[in-house]
Write a protein that binds this ligand. Structure first.
Ligand SMILES: *Cc1c(COP(=O)(O)O)cnc(C)c1O
Length: 468
């Protein structure tokens, strides 16, 4: 499989180069040159297959033979063994046509583990074959950092440096980043905000000499391999609910549009999906664009679902590329306008294409808390705030009452105990069953380095610590 940029002028790459590149050199995002398609028999066979087996059939066409098929199978087996339950992503009925797809059984209790566990192994393998090393540098507001550290710790050919805003992540999130003891893991507590951390990382990527010297690689959600890995659970969920004979809908708590774009990819590959519901919190740029056709960046507002507190939804560019009929010139024009004026308008034709596959709903803070409380009181079912936003949007769907709708449960409630406690008016310890390994982690020693919000200090630190 070859990969092309949404902005049309970056070099065409194979899978491994796409994996290692992250962002395209023209500022665009890589997408496959064409969508592979799976037959109805193949889709139906998924009902009786393990998660890793389904992953192999779904992902093999994107990989194109490097790593070779046997090796790829082994990597998949290993990646999903990191999950607490054999199904990897169990489906739980909520009554009526509503289901929850639990994606939080990985090492850091959020869905980002599903893709990161695979990405880390694929990167290490590619580097080892090339006799190269890479340095991963990332900024996190909480979930991505822990998932990346957990996936990359101890990998032979990679050093990982994660910048987080000191004092601005939850205790569980911080412990997940600071308790690993592997020599290749470096957790940096930055005296600044998440935006500062992100700006620092961006500056390091824009420093060509530093980039070259350190073999810099990115793992944020614009990396194609992350999106690709997330397509798998749409297939496993649909197969359990009667797909492909039956159309299934999905409601996806959305920030950077990566997870829901994976659903779009599954649909392009032949999975009958009735609707993809974009569920946003009060940072509702995506709900607004579907309603008005105007994509306009506002100010980020802090919410109880912080992993969705995003205004610029990077992966939306991939959908724009698709909805414009893969018109890279038009994507460049729109992204240029966005950079200059902080907004752009979609043509009625493009908006119609998007509305045909997607719906969008905004779920505010009051409603999110109410959903958590109601679900707990009615069913003893605890949702984390991100999942509650997804479920709130699912309940507003206008689909026929016979269409099953699956809400993606993106985080375990134990990751956001304060919000859950506040919503339910009960002490967190009484209601949340925190997995034992997380309880143990809370007592372990923390390792991190405190650094000022200074690009040169941080670059010096990384140069010094990097494995030669
Ligand atoms: C990252 C994240 C999201 C948003 O996913 P996107 O791919 O950015 O849309 C939702 N919920 C949780 C818990 C997350 O960590």
């Amino acid at each position: 499989m070859k990969y092309i940029s949404t902005r049309g002028t970056a070099p065409v790459l194979d899978f491994e180069d796409t994996l290692l590149a992250g962002l395209a050199t023209d500022g665009g995002l890589y997408v496959p040159e064409s969508w592979p398609s799976l037959s109805r028999e193949t889709l139906a066979s998924f009902k009786n297959k393990s998660y890793a087996e389904v992953a192999y059939e779904v992902l093999q066409p994107f990989i194109g033979g490097t790593p070779d098929n046997n090796r790829f199978r082994d990597i998949l087996e290993e990646a999903y063994q990191a999950f607490e339950v054999p199904e990897v992503a169990p489906l739980v009925p909520l009554g009526g046509q509503h289901y929850l797809l639990e994606l939080f059984h990985g090492p850091t209790l959020a869905f980002k583990d599903v893709a990161m566990q695979l990405l880390a192994r694929l990167m290490d393998e590619a580097l080892s074959r090339r006799g190269r090393r890479a340095t991963i540098i990332g900024a996190t507001s909480g979930d991505t950092g822990g998932a990346a550290i957990e996936a990359f710790r101890g990998r032979e050919n990679i050093d990982i440096f994660i910048l987080y805003p000191d004092g601005r992540v939850s205790d569980v999130q911080r412990k997940q980043m600071t308790t690993p003891t592997d020599a290749n893991v470096h957790t940096l507590a930055i005296d600044g905000t998440f935006d500062d951390c992100q700006a620092l990382v961006k500056a390091m990527f824009n420093d060509a000499a530093f980039r070259q010297e350190t073999g810099l690689a990115g793992v944020n959600s614009i990396n194609w391999a992350r999106v690709m890995a997330q397509t798998v659970y749409y297939f496993t969920a649909a197969a359990q609910l009667g797909g492909p004979e039956k159309e299934i809908a999905f409601s996806v708590p959305t920030g950077n549009f990566g997870d829901i774009f994976a659903g779009y990819v599954a649909k392009q590959m032949g999975l009958p999906i009735a609707q993809l519901m974009i569920a946003t919190n009060i940072n509702d740029i995506l709900a607004r664009v579907l309603q008005t056709g105007i994509y306009e960046i506002g100010d980020v507002v802090a919410s109880t679902s912080p992993s969705m507190d995003i205004q610029v939804s990077s992966n939306f560019e991939r959908l724009l590329f698709e909805a414009t009929g893969r018109n890279a010139e038009e994507v460049c024009r729109l992204m240029g306008e966005l950079a200059e004026t902080r907004k752009f308008s979609l043509s009625p034709e493009v908006l119609d294409v998007i509305r045909a596959g997607f719906a969008a709903e905004r779920v505010d803070e009051v409603e999110t808390a109410k959903i958590i409380k109601t679900m707990f009181e009615a069913d003893k079912m605890l949702l984390d705030p991100h999942t509650a936003v997804g479920y709130g949007a699912a309940m507003r769907s206008d689909l026929p009452a016979t269409t099953p709708i699956v809400t993606l449960a993106t985080a375990h409630p134990a990751k956001f105990p304060a919000s859950v406690e506040k919503a339910c008016h009960r002490p967190a310890v009484d209601i949340i069953s925190t997995p034992q390994r997380v309880q143990d982690m809370m007592h372990q020693e923390e390792h991190f380095v405190s650094l000022a919000n200074s690009l040169s200090d941080i670059q010096d630190f990384i140069r010094h610590k990097q494995t030669p």
